[in-house]
Design a protein around this ligand. Structure first.
Ligand code: ADP
Ligand code: MG
Length: 234
């Protein structure tokens, strides 16, 4: 479904992503782990068109996307879900959701997708007339995920969804991500709380200094001493 071939991304002179190749199969939940500042967010932003790779190829659903603008990539169903700052705080929950349904495919499926997100996150139905700025951290995180679904995502790239959340809310967010994945949306997840998501994960890659130092399925990951060290530290 998604394939990266020898991707390199720079910030000016700084070489943040170094020759990364990986494959994410349709339906998988693919976990990216690694210490802070080692390129996880940069990798997601490169995939989703927010940063341009200096070299390499990104193939999504059989098509090269590395040179496409973000809105075209979203239209193909590849959606980046970052922190809540991407919400529009002065708009209501419903208005934020409808903005997610802006692309051509999503417009026709707005009603269907809305039913699905309200089923996943009943609290958003309850709060649909509230300004997004009044939501708690966990509710805002749910709204960002819901907005991704409203875009008709087939593939969600989710960056540290638990960041700043209390454990109970964090676990709810993880469970909803598992539900979303179970309903057929492929997920590329960056997450530090590895032990809490491990049950859901199919494949794991470990990023250090912008390079993949381990890639494999969950079983292999749990047999690798270096990966285990990072897991237990996370
Ligand atoms: P992670 O998500 O793994 O914490 P990032 O991908 O955010 O790491 O950052 C990887 C490296 O790139 C870090 O060394 C960081 O300082 C650097 N970096 C991130 N964003 C920028 C930027 N906008 N300009 C320059 N350097 C950046
Ligand atoms: Mg990051």
């Amino acid at each position: 479904m998604l394939e990266l071939r020898n991707i390199n991304t720079f910030y000016g002179e700084f070489h943040a992503i170094r020759d990364i190749s990986l494959k994410v199969s349709g339906g998988d939940l693919f976990l990216v782990v690694g210490p802070n500042g080692h390129g996880k967010s940069t990798l997601l932003k490169t995939i989703c068109g927010l940063l341009r790779p200096a070299s390499g190829q990104i193939i999504f659903d059989g098509k090269p996307i590395a040179m496409l603008p973000t809105d075209k990539i979203v239209e193909m169903g590849l959606v980046y879900v970052a922190e809540d700052r991407h919400l529009f705080p002065q708009l209501t929950v419903m208005q934020n959701l409808k903005l997610g349904a802006y692309n051509v495919h999503a417009r026709g499926k707005e009603k269907e997708n809305l039913d699905y997100v309200f089923q996943l996150f009943p609290i958003l139905r309850e709060f649909c007339d509230r300004e997004a700025s009044t939501l708690s951290g966990g509710e805002a995180r749910m709204l960002t995920l819901a907005r991704g679904i409203m875009s008709c995502a087939k593939f969600l790239a989710i960056d540290e969804p638990s960041f700043g959340l209390a454990p109970i809310v964090r676990n709810e967010v993880f469970n909803r991500i598992n539900d979303i994945n179970g309903n057929g949306i492929t997920v590329l997840l960056v997450e530090q709380n590895v032990t809490h998501v491990l049950d859901f994960v199919d494949r794991v890659c470990l990023l250090e200094d912008g390079r993949i130092v381990f890639g494999g399925d969950k079983k292999e990951a749990l047999l690798n001493d270096h990966v285990k060290e990072v897991f237990l530290g996370g």
